[in-house]
Design a protein around this ligand. Sequence first.
Ligand code: SAM
Length: 291
Amino acid sequence: MTAPYLGDPRRTIEVLQKYEFVFQKKFGQNFLIDTHVLDKIVAAAKISKEDFVLEIGPGIGTMTQYLASAAREVFAVEIDRALIPILEDTLQDYSNVTILNEDILKVDIRKLAEEHNHGKPIKVVANLPYYITTPIIMGLFEGEVPIDSITVMVQKEVADRMQVGPGTKDYGALSLAVQYYAQPYIVANVPPNCFMPRPKVGSAVIRLTRHEEPPVKTRDTKLMFRIIRASFNQRRKTLANGLSNSAELSFSKQEIQEAIEAAGLPAGVRGEALTLEDFARLTDCFVKKHG
Ligand code: SAM
């Protein structure tokens, strides 16, 4: 028996009916049923036969089939136990796929890259469960995982937040964190009718290509991200007020004012006007005073 080719939405329906699959809202299950979108994701991820690919949330294996045809090896992590027998069926013809029934947030991805890719940078590809987009992406970047690129379907609004610069309403801590680690590029906008069931929000495919070196240097990256979070916690306040009201920071009002001045920023500036370079410079002004 050969596995059903899932690019065709009729096959998806057949598989779901055969296994009497019940969608779990809590797992963010919206399965892709559009071949053009699948082709676009795989092309944007630039996968070759050399590549080890981590797929997060394979669902019934639709994209996994595409990835397995393009890559050397695919490792797919799926939390929903009900999907495992389905995946064993739909991926039976692909000898280069491993399925793990686990919560991705509990997987040691660094170890996975060691064991399956000799610690070399891996490619991550996924139609992400939207409820955990940020922890997944930040976990990959901050967890010292060797990453080449992350090509993922996310909520459109989140893709916009990752890509924008200062002075726009979408600009915030996520924009700065993503842009510190990677170059974002929105590959395509994807409407709800490309999924089953249809999500209530628009979606977009975004590729994050890991920088070899961060675009800015700071003496204390952790402090810089604490400052960034504090600056955006209270968006309508000035930077000085945001930093002095933050529970994460313990600088006095005067120290904050002096650091802002030393960084060459106007006293009444708001956090949302600062670039990544500004945040790096401001951080170093705090370090200089205390370090
Ligand atoms: N890749 C499939 C597709 O494109 O049709 C499914 C994508 S669906 C948006 C998200 C998938 O992630 C679901 O299969 C869901 O069960 C799985 N998932 C949700 N939370 C997860 C977690 N914490 N760890 C691993 N998989 C998860």
